[in-house]
Design a binder for this molecule. Structure first.
Ligand code: UGA
Length: 446
């Protein structure tokens, strides 16, 4: 493998993981960002995002002299004195008006680096972007001597480093075959199956994959609801499904609805892409609607557990929220189902106290307004009418639930992640409600 000279623009979780992992594979990487303070901290080896293994890789890269940080994309490109060979674009592509990805950050970087790029170098788009962006990028760049490729990332927050270094596949799309091969060769040490294709197909792979995952989760959440109505148990049903290799075990855990910074954004964007192509993607629409409904369904469950009725009032009730992040292993609150359920509970009149091991009680965040943050889980559970598990943090399993039963005003636990053991709960004297689990009549009715 040749060690390439690489610039990575954007040091979010995708950019930083990409830069640090490429450096660990032996490449020479300069990462750029517009945030001067962030770059200063990264130069000192301080990584602010919670991503297991990332700090160590950054420290190793800095020590080996293969990884460095700078302010500004053009500076990063110019700093490779022998000429940059590959430039990764890892800047945000937030959902813009009408659900279409907002490409202003990509365009700004292109404006900045256009004149600094040496002939023959390759631009790699790693951000999730609408189909056609690679072609549009090439037009905007206006440099026929610089190829543009699409190389979507499939990293999950919380396991990004592991996912990068153990990929299921590498996908590279471009109209320039040699450029696509050069990009794929950056990963050759990883030995993953590689799909070389045109840029539109590569761009669509990312949306199609995230859309499929979202659809799988909406499906399993709907089957969980059916289980409740039929007296079946979702754990047995998904186990029975999972041995079928065509289905697999992954992404079969029902929950409070899927969230995070990717699936909601990408499913909306997929609808837009389909719309623009005059295709009504009903399956995707239904998956999104099922997800929206799932949050309300969780609120109904909570209402039923607290008041004995799906329409009972939550006024003057106090509810503890266990977990606020969109999934365990991250401190990311973006599009967190936990916060959406919190907002519905607040609207319904409940007073909320929240605890999350990754969110310090001192955190101030607009989406946390109206939630009293507790520094200690036992303090959060004191004098509440119900505890609602919203994020699957493993440490919630091993809490002293008997002690908790004594702290609560009413011993009711609604477990939207099926995280806790029903027997442990029963022994602790708590009434436990899961999602799609075979159990009491109260669960069967919502
Ligand atoms: C997702 C994809 O899994 C990655 O492959 C992709 O690269 C990434 O988006 C992206 O587009 O960058 P991520 O958003 O980090 O990754 O989170 P996931 O692990 O996919 O979880 C998404 C949501 O589904 C979370 O709210 C999670 O709690 C929920 N989920 C996941 C379930 O409810 N049940 C499951 O069985 C799995």
């Amino acid at each position: 493998m040749f060690a390439r000279r690489i610039a990575v623009v954007g040091t979010g979780y995708v950019g930083l993981t990409t830069g640090a992992c490429l450096a660990s594979l032996g490449h020479h990487v300069i990462c750029a960002d517009v945030d001067e303070e962030k770059i200063r901290r990264l130069r000192d080896g301080t990584v602010d995002i919670l991503e297991p293994g990332l700090s160590d890789l950054v420290a190793e890269g800095l020590a080996a002299g293969r990884l460095s940080f700078t302010v500004g994309a053009a500076v990063a490109v110019a700093q490779h004195t022998a000429g940059v060979e590959v430039v990764f674009l890892c800047v945000p592509t937030p959902m813009g008006v009408g659900g279409v990805a907002d490409l202003r950050a990509v365009e700004a970087v292109l404006d900045e680096v256009r004149d600094a790029l040496p002939a023959g170098c390759v631009i790699v788009n790693k951000s999730t972007v609408p189909v056609g962006t690679a072609i549009r990028t090439a037009e905007l760049l206006g440099r026929p001597d610089v190829a543009v490729t699409s190389n979507p990332e499939f990293l999950r927050e919380g396991t990004a480093v592991r996912d990068f270094l153990n990929p299921d596949r590498i996908v590279v799309g471009s109209s320039a075959q040699d450029a696509a091969e050069r990009v794929a060769a950056l990963y050759s040490k990883l030995g993953a199956p590689t799909v070389l294709t045109d840029s539109a197909s590569a761009e669509l792979v990312k949306y199609a994959a995230n859309g499929f995952l979202a659809m799988k989760l909406s499906y399993v959440n709907a089957v969980a609801e059916l289980c409740e109505r039929l007296g079946a148990d979702i754990l047995d049903v998904t186990e029975g499904m999972s041995y079928d290799r065509r289905i697999g075990r992954e992404f079969l855990d029902p929950g409070p609805g899927w969230g995070g910074s990717c699936l909601p954004k990408d499913t909306q964007a997929l609808l837009q892409v389909a719309d623009a192509a005059d295709f009504e993607f009903r399956l995707m629409r239904a998956s999104i609607d099922t997800n929206t409904r799932q949050r309300q369904r969780m609120v109904d469950k909570i209402r039923l557990a607290i008041t004995g009725s799906r329409t009972g009032s939550l006024n003057r009730t106090r509810v503890a929220l266990l977990g606020l992040t969109f999934k365990a292993g991250t401190n990311d609150l973006r599009d967190s189902p936990a916060l959406m359920i919190a907002a519905l509970l607040r609207q319904a009149g409940a007073e909320l106290v929240g605890y999350d091991p990754a969110i310090p009680a001192s955190t101030s965040h607009p989406d946390l307004v109206g939630i009293e943050l507790a520094a200690d889980v036992y303090a959060a559970l004191s004098e509440v009418d119900a505890a609602v598990v919203l994020t699957e943090w493993p440490e919630f399993r091993t809490l002293d639930w008997s002690r908790i039963a004594g702290l609560m005003r009413a011993p009711s636990v609604i477990d939207t992640r099926n995280l806790l053991d029903a027997d442990v709960m029963a022994r602790a004297g708590l009434t436990w409600t899961g999602v799609g689990r075979r159990q009491s009549a109260d669960n069967a009715s919502c």
